[in-house]
Design a protein around this ligand. Structure first.
Ligand SMILES: Nc1ncnc2c1ncn2[C@@H]1O[C@H](COP(=O)(O)OP(=O)(O)OP(=O)(O)O)[C@@H](O)[C@H]1O
Ligand SMILES: [Mg+2]
Length: 295
């Protein structure tokens, strides 16, 4: 591939200062919004308890997180897993839009203290999974106070006990609210495309996550590749940087090929597994779901 990362052998340091330097203890405290260790989900416990919460993250925006989160939820539900899709994009929630859902309640109501997470759950019968929609309508939850976000994260962890799998669609970037919400998850799937900026941002996300939580199970999804081979090369570039600088080897969750059916399915507000189940992208996500269930 022809990324900066390939040319230099390592991804160039990400532009974000949070990705470029190791977070200090103060950063970590601010990231969790907690001054007391008791408020932070314990890392080791999180690993044991929360492997069934899978956060879909990226770094760079627009790499296909929301589409992938929906499709993975659908694929898991098809495999008999009781699945919840949680729209954790606090800035620009759009799971409900991609699905054509009209939720009666959403995270905005939960954060306002008017509904519980249970009450804000909307079934999505066409996919046989449940959805907690992000804030629809005006305004965003991007500025939610850290204390509220901490409570939401803990509620999500509690709720996950009634599900086989909870998929959390995160917003782009590495800011504090994203990192705090992602703490609910024992597994992180980091989505990248083969674009250099996407790769360096994915690396930044992995770096900051691995520094904050050595226990977390990080896996890589390479999305929108022209070929499986190209996706493999992209993964190897990222893997080398992670091994060289972070001394970790996040495994490849899978490669999803670029497919015009993705855009068509989104435009029709219908999941790709319903509308184009035999498309390449649909089959690639089905394969990722199969591998995920193997462990
Ligand atoms: N495998 C693919 N093949 C072709 N197009 C794709 C693929 N995956 C995603 N896309 C395109 O990328 C666009 C962005 O997808 P999506 O909204 O899921 O990204 P995102 O990472 O959630 O963005 P954001 O960071 O803004 O939340 C989609 O509208 C779709 O057209
Ligand atoms: Mg999104």
């Amino acid at each position: 591939m022809t990324s900066d990362a390939t040319r230099t052998g390592t991804p160039t340091p990400p532009p974000s200062p949070t990705g470029a330097t190791p977070p200090s203890a103060r950063d970590r405290e601010q990231a969790t919004g907690a001054s007391s260790p008791a408020m932070v989900p314990r890392a080791t416990g999180a690993k044991a308890r929360n492997r069934n919460i899978i956060a879909i993250a990226s770094g760079k925006g627009g790499v296909g997180k929301t589409w992938f989160a929906i499709t993975l939820s659908h694929a898991l539900a098809k495999r008999g897993q009781k699945t919840m899709l949680f729209d954790g994009d606090l800035g620009l929630a759009n799971v409900d839009i991609q699905l054509g859902l009209m939720p009666k309640a959403d995270l905005g109501n939960v954060v306002a203290g008017k509904k519980t997470l249970n009450q804000a759950t909307t079934p999505y019968p066409a996919g046989n999974f449940d959805v907690i929609a992000g804030r629809s309508g005006s305004g965003s939850l991007a500025n939610i106070p850290p204390g509220r976000l901490q409570i939401l994260t803990e509620d999500l962890m509690l709720m996950s006990q009634s599900y086989d799998k909870v998929i959390v669609d995160l917003g782009a970037g590495v800011d504090k609210s994203i990192r705090l919400l992602s703490r609910a998850a024992g597994t992180m799937m980091v989505v990248t495309s083969d674009e250099p900026t996407s790769l360096t941002d994915a690396y930044a996300f992995i770096k900051i996550t691995a520094m904050e939580r050595r226990d977390v199970d990080i896996r890589v999804v390479v999305n929108a590749c022209n070929s499986t081979r190209e996706g493999e090369r992209t993964y190897q570039t990222l893997l080398k940087a992670c091994q060289g600088f972070l001394k970790i080897s996040p495994p490849l969750a899978g490669i999803v090929r670029r497919d015009t059916r993705v855009r068509e399915a989104i435009r029709n507000q219908t999941p790709i597994l319903t509308r184009y189940p035999n498309s390449e992208a649909a089959m690639d996500v089905e394969a990722i779901a199969d591998r995920l269930l193997l462990g």
